[in-house]
Design a protein around this ligand. Structure first.
Ligand code: GTP
Ligand code: MG
Length: 198
């Protein structure tokens, strides 16, 4: 798919104030600093459409970007950056869970996972939450440029094993990406295209 236009529309922390059109949207979620905003820039081929930072906690609101005038990419704040440990319920900010529970336009969540790390409890909890909430999702492994190609398959196999150990029956659809190298761009855009075409 070719991206002809990518425009920032609105930021807010209230799901009822998100754009009111019946257009499909795809949301990026995951731990702070995993590369959500960078991936949006990579997919749209715009250097700073979404704001990125080397420090965790950059994205603080729900950000809607309209693509080709007929679908949305949604950048969300990360989770897991709180210094104090919190109960699961408090771990994910209320407006984020409101978004996943109430946003009818959401057709697929992309859960970003740093490919270098072993499965983290907080991600497994979030994936379980999405499953219970009935939100369709894919896993997007990020920062693939940081490990050797040989290790990529090894890390994905280890992740799959962890998911199965956490009562998932199978690995959801997944992608391997690098925002610095453009890895996975064609695959993700093709997936979105297929979902949009229904
Ligand atoms: P929050 O908004 O704080 O939740 O973070 P985020 O998930 O949006 O991460 P962001 O895109 O701001 O990127 C965090 C850092 O990781 C930045 O320094 C990026 O340059 C870096 N980064 C993101 N993606 C990649 C990647 O694919 N490869 C490499 N090497 N660095 C990346
Ligand atoms: Mg961000």
């Amino acid at each position: 798919m070719k991206i002809n236009t990518a425009e920032f529309i609105i930021s807010n922390s209230d799901v009822s104030k998100c754009p009111n059109e019946p257009l499909p949207e795809y949301a990026f979620i995951g731990r702070s600093n995993v590369g959500k905003s960078s991936l949006i820039n990579m997919l749209t081929d715009r250097k700073s459409l979404a704001k990125t930072s080397g420090k965790p906690g950059k994205t603080q609101l729900i950000n809607h970007f309209k693509i080709n005038g007929n679908w949305y990419l949604v950048d969300l704040p990360g989770y897991g950056y709180a210094r104090v440990s919190k109960s699961t319920k408090e771990t994910f900010q209320k407006f984020i869970t409101d978004y996943f529970e109430r946003r009818e336009q959401l057709v697929c969540a992309f859960v970003l996972i740093d490919i270098r790390l072993e499965a983290q409890m907080i991600d497994l909890e979030f994936i379980t939450y999405l499953g219970e909430t009935g939100v369709p999702f894919c896993i997007v492994f990020t920062k693939a440029d940081k490990i050797s190609r040989g290790k990529v398959d090894q890390h994905i196999a280890a992740y799959r094993k962890q998911l199965l150990a956490n009562n998932w029956e199978e690995m959801p659809p997944h992608f391997v990406t690098s925002s610095t190298e453009g890895t996975g761009r064609d695959q993700l855009l093709q997936y979105i295209d297929e979902v949009n075409e229904g």
